[in-house]
Design a protein around this ligand. Structure first.
Ligand SMILES: [Zn+2]
Length: 343
C-alpha cells in the first residue's frame, strides 16, 4: 500500500506472473475513522491478496464502501466476496442492463437466449459458422458447470449509483460522473476542489482502452470519443488515477493518442468494407481486417478473437453513425456495405 495523494492510498493486484497492461489493476483506498472507500475489487484470482491487504488495514468490512466503476471481471471479480463480508457495493445499474455481456460473462437466467441474439448480430450462428459457435457453447458449459472461467463474475448485491451522486469521506467530496464508452454505464469519480479524477478504464496509461459491444444502437464508440473530448476540455491539468497504469497528469496528450488510435482503426475497417463487392457481417470484416485464417480453439486465445469481433462491431456502428458505411439488418444479422456501391 502506498500513498499516491495525501489521504489516498493504492495497491496493485497482479493476475499473472508475466506482465501485460491489463493483468495488473490498481485499487484506491480512502480511509477515514467512520466509513472508508475502496474503488473496484480486482480479479477473482487475486482474492487472497485483496483480503490480505484489506485485513492489514484493520478496516472493519461493515465500514467499507466499494465503488465499482464498471462490470468487468478485473473490477468486480471480488465484489461478491466483499459483499458477503459486509461491505456495501455501489454500481450504476445500467451495467447490468443486458442478460448477456460479450466480455464479462454474467451468466444468468435468459443469458443463453440473449447470447444467441448477440452472436447473430455479428454473423455467428450454429448453421452459418459452426466452428465458432461450438467454441462459444463449450465456454458456456465450462462456466455453467464449474464457474471455471476467468471472465465470469459472481452475482452480488449493490446500491444503485446515479450521475452526480456525492460520496464524502473526510475532506474528499467525490461526485459520480458517467463515463460512457469503455462500457455503457461506466462511472468515475471527481473531486472538483482538489482537481482529481478517477477515470475508471476510460483512460489507461500506456494503452488504448477497448470499446466493445455487440448490442446495436448503443453507439458506444461515438459516446467514448465524445467523452474523451469532454475529459480533455474539462479536466486538463487535473490528476487522474486510472485503474491500470500510473497516474496521468497530461490528459490532453492521452486524449490525442486515443483519438488518433481510433481514427486509424476506423479507417482500416472502412477500407475493408469499401473494398468488398458484397455486404459483409461483423465476423467477416473482423477476419479480413485482422488477417485471421484460423479461429483459435484454445479458449484463452479465442477470447482475443472475441474481443476483435466486439471492437469491430463498435467501429462499424461508429462508421454507420458517421454515415460512411451503410448497415442492413436481415433476421437479426447485420450486413455492412459501402453506400456508393450498393444503392
Ligand atoms: Zn479494467
Amino acid at each position: 500500500m502506498k500513498e499516491v495523494y495525501p489521504g489516498i492510498s493504492c495497491f496493485n493486484l497482479v493476475k499473472h506472473e508475466e506482465y501485460s497492461a491489463d493483468s495488473v489493476i490498481t485499487l484506491y483506498l480512502i480511509r477515514t475513522e467512520k466509513r472508508s472507500l475502496l474503488i473496484d475489487t480486482g480479479y477473482v484470482e487475486c482474492r487472497d491478496d485483496l483480503i490480505r491487504v484489506l485485513d492489514e488495514t484493520g478496516i472493519p468490512y461493515e465500514n467499507l464502501d466499494v465503488f465499482l466503476t464498471h462490470h468487468h471481471s478485473d473490477h468486480c471479480g471480488n465484489a461478491r466476496t466483499l459483499a458477503d463480508r459486509g461491505a456495501v457495493m455501489y454500481m450504476n445499474p445500467e451495467e447490468q442492463r443486458h442478460q448477456y455481456d460479450c466480455i464479462s460473462y454474467r451468466y444468468s437466467a435468459g443469458s443463453v437466449d440473449a447470447q444467441r441474439g448477440v452472436l447473430r448480430h455479428v454473423g455467428v450462428t450454429e448453421e452459418r459458422t459452426p466452428d465458432i459457435w461450438n467454441i462459444f457453447m463449450d465456454i458456456n458449459r465450462r462456466v455453467e458447470k464449474k464457474h471455471d472461467w476467468y471472465l465470469a463474475i459472481a452475482g452480488f448485491p449493490f446500491r444503485p449509483v446515479h450521475e452526480g451522486q456525492i460520496f464524502e469521506y473526510g475532506d474528499f467530496r467525490l461526485k459520480a460522473i458517467l463515463l460512457r464508452g469503455h462500457t455503457y454505464g461506466q462511472m468515475g469519480l471527481i473531486d472538483e476542489e482538489k482537481k482529481l479524477l478517477f477515470p475508471a478504464d476510460q483512460f489507461i496509461n500506456g494503452i488504448i482502452p477497448i470499446v466493445a459491444t455487440t448490442y446495436p444502437h448503443e453507439h458506444l464508440l461515438y459516446h467514448y470519443l465524445n467523452s474523451i473530448e469532454e475529459i480533455r476540455q474539462k479536466y486538463s491539468g487535473w490528476t487522474m488515477f486510472p485503474m491500470h497504469g500510473k497516474p496521468i497528469t497530461d490528459a490532453a496528450k492521452v486524449c490525442e493518442t486515443i483519438a488518433g488510435g481510433y481514427a486509424r482503426k476506423a479507417d482500416w475497417v472502412y477500407r475493408v468494407v469499401e473494398a468488398s463487392d458484397i455486404p459483409l457481417t461483423v465476423k467477416e470484416v473482423t477476419e479480413i481486417a485482422y488477417g485471421i485464417h484460423d479461429i483459435p480453439s484454445i479458449h484463452e486465445e479465442f477470447v482475443t478473437f472475441k474481443m476483435m469481433l466486439t471492437k469491430t462491431f463498435s467501429i462499424l456502428e461508429y462508421l454507420t453513425d458517421m454515415e460512411v458505411v451503410t448497415v442492413e439488418e436481415k433476421d437479426g444479422m447485420f450486413f455492412y456495405s459501402n453506400p456508393a456501391k450498393h444503392i
